[in-house]
Design a binder for this molecule. Sequence first.
Ligand SMILES: Nc1ncnc2c1ncn2[C@@H]1O[C@H](COP(=O)(O)OP(=O)(O)OP(=O)(O)O)[C@@H](O)[C@H]1O
Ligand SMILES: [Mg+2]
Length: 854
Amino acid sequence: MRYGENVLPARRVPSLPIVFLRSLRDPFTAVLAALALVSTLVAAWATASVIAVLVVVSCALRAAGEHRADRSAAGLRELVASTATVLRRATAEAAPASREIPVGEVVPGDVVRLAPGDLVPADLRLLRATGLTMHQAALTGESAPVAKYPVDEPSARSAPPVARASPAEARAYDRGAQECPVESAYALDDQDLDRPEGCDQDFDRPEVCFQGSSVASGSGTGVVIATGADTRFARADRLPEHDRRTTAFDRSVHGVSWILIRFMLLTPPLVLMANAALRGRGLETLPFAVAVAVGLTPEMLPVIVTTTLARGASALARERRVIVKRLPALHDLGAVDVVCLDKTGTLTQDRPVLDRALDASGTPDDSVLHWAAVNSLWTVRLAELPSADALDEALLDAAEERFAEGLDALEYDAVAALPFDPVRRLSTAVLATPHRLGHHTLVVKGAVEDVLERCLLTDDERARTTELADRLAADGLRVLAVALAERPATGRPFTAQDERGLTLKGLVALRDATADTAAAALAALADRGIEVKVLTGDHPGTAARACRDLGLAPGHVVTAASFDALDDTELAELADSSTVFARCSPAHKARLVRVLRERGHVTGFVGDGVNDLPALRASDVAICPPEAVDVARETADVVLAARDLTSLDHAVVAGRASAAGIAGYLRITLSSNLGNVIAMLTAGLLLPFLPMLPSQVLVQNLCFDAAQLAFAYERPRAAALRLPLALRPREVLASVTGFGVLNAAADLATFAVLVWAVSDTRAQPAFHAGWFTENLLTQALVMVLLRTGRGGGIPTTAGVLALTGLLLPLTPLGPLIGMAALPLAYYPLLALVLALYAAALRRGARLARRTGTP
Ligand SMILES: Nc1ncnc2c1ncn2[C@@H]1O[C@H](COP(=O)(O)OP(=O)(O)OP(=O)(O)O)[C@@H](O)[C@H]1O
Ligand SMILES: [Mg+2]
């Protein structure tokens, strides 16, 4: 392959060494490395080397986990990957034919056809376009679609461009460009990258469709001018931030991490200062201070998070056919408390069938169907890549059945078409009026309000038609209005300005059955404590009826136009208290999602169409069914199982399970780490010697880390899955502090026992051994008593940890790290302390469960 595969460099799965190097960039790793450096500077070699081992082991584990997760995620993404429609010749003589090929196989010179919802597979120069608008948000951050059109009709090359042009032919296209000043300016050379503001100017070019954008409406045909790493998108050094700036995952896991890192950085100086002030110790306490800071670090957190999420995602794919494309999204799914759904295609089947065609007074009238179908036929036919949407298809089917001679036989000749666009909610076909030379007939169909607005009607007629449409909608029907106008041909191109002063023909009403699993899915979501909102482009009456049929009380239906004047706070209140929002444009859907998120809801959005794209991008978790348009599937974090909305519930459960696992790990690890730190600092100030040697702190830490890996394999209890599970750093830390203080109390009680049992306080090795044993035993207790789930071999792991604590000081390793055997009298007293600690832990755990802290 001369040009290589058409894949963005950033999309390739990174190799294991790269993942390893990348995991070194983790903030915890950075702090640990800094601590190792400090230890080296004061020649505390043992401390430095143990920290180095910790860093390498945790990074290696994490890199292995992430690499595996990346590979399986790439495999899963492959399952929902989209294709490109190209025009190619099978052999040199054959006529070019439309073919679907994997996006990776697109090469420069290919001729690509685009329809609504398609992703642009490579950088294209447009050859032809009808009503083409593009979402370029990924490139420019601008959410409104921009119009794209060929600037220079390739008149010299009027024959359709040869598919899979040779490189020479591809260059010929660019040479052709020299004839036109606008196109000759189009040269993607390195200068573009040097110009900081050049980025936006580039993306403004109307004749180029860029890789990374998608079709919002209309259709087009273009020739590929750059693929893979050569595309403008791949070469851009500055791309806009994704809308989804902070996700629930960032707030919880990263939030907790950053608070801890601040503590870690504060600990060594504090320890040093306290020891200097109260004990007159100098820099010799530095290794100890460093070890204490290391002891506070949950260095296994990234490993646990990656493993938990990857395991959850692969189980979901295997058992439920739900695909999680971005791992942290699984955690966020567990935190989701509001789900917004679009109606058509998500709650309904999007297989409409014509119910009736009525004239403006409500009398059945086949000519209304006739005009509606003429509009459908020509808007589809004039598209570059003909693809009828469900409504057009239904109208064409119905017309074929009703009119024996078929529509094709009609002697119309189409002049132009303005394809359907979810913002205008209209589509228009312009026909040469038969038998009236120089006259054109505009056939307009679309949402009732939008068509009526453009018709010449008396107030009375308008009110009557609106009422008729409302009645049909209340019956659950989807209603379109049809209108006509005759205009003298002017020679200039038709625009939306021409859709004025129309004559209303009547209404067509179509029935779209609700999706089979939708009612069950809505009930399941409600059971899980998730609030459901419906955001639709359809009529309020149709939406309300569909919701009622599915067992969802619609309440007062809000119409999008009615909240345009509200500011974000007012809208947030309205959004919070209402359930159904009708006549939403894509931007309305996105704004509703945004205000809900700003109000503190973790918001999921389920949608399948182009009109859902901005909302999908604005949501915490973007979800779509597998039949969704390419760009929705590309944007979604989660792709549901085929035609089964109940799989959303399974995904939510899996999300909560993984969030619960992470929360459990955090609570247990942080509380015992914090407890140990408090106890060590206190004891350090009371004792004439250090309560533990730095190497002992670090060995203990290694034992904890190894044991905690078991948390990645835990299964949550059903109770943990009942409600949305949002980890709030404050709550996590409050509960951690509570349990930490309890842990410190047990440690200090042990300290008292040791002072008594090891009567000679200068017998440091025995003292250290006593403390080491107690720490590992309390850690084992915490693991068993505070865990939120089941399984995962936690009791076994805790047992091994406890045995290590009891036996390690007695093995030859004991003296090696400065520990000695303990007097027997110590053990019964230790057992008493542990029993009291266990009782207190149980009470604490029950209290925490009752108050719902994670
Ligand atoms: N092909 C079409 N031609 C003319 N009008 C259409 C066409 N498709 C849809 N409409 C009108 O535009 C409205 C908005 O369509 P849009 O695609 O934004 O949302 P929707 O399909 O109604 O609902 P949802 O947002 O739930 O998917 C429709 O309700 C309908 O009245
Ligand atoms: Mg839809």
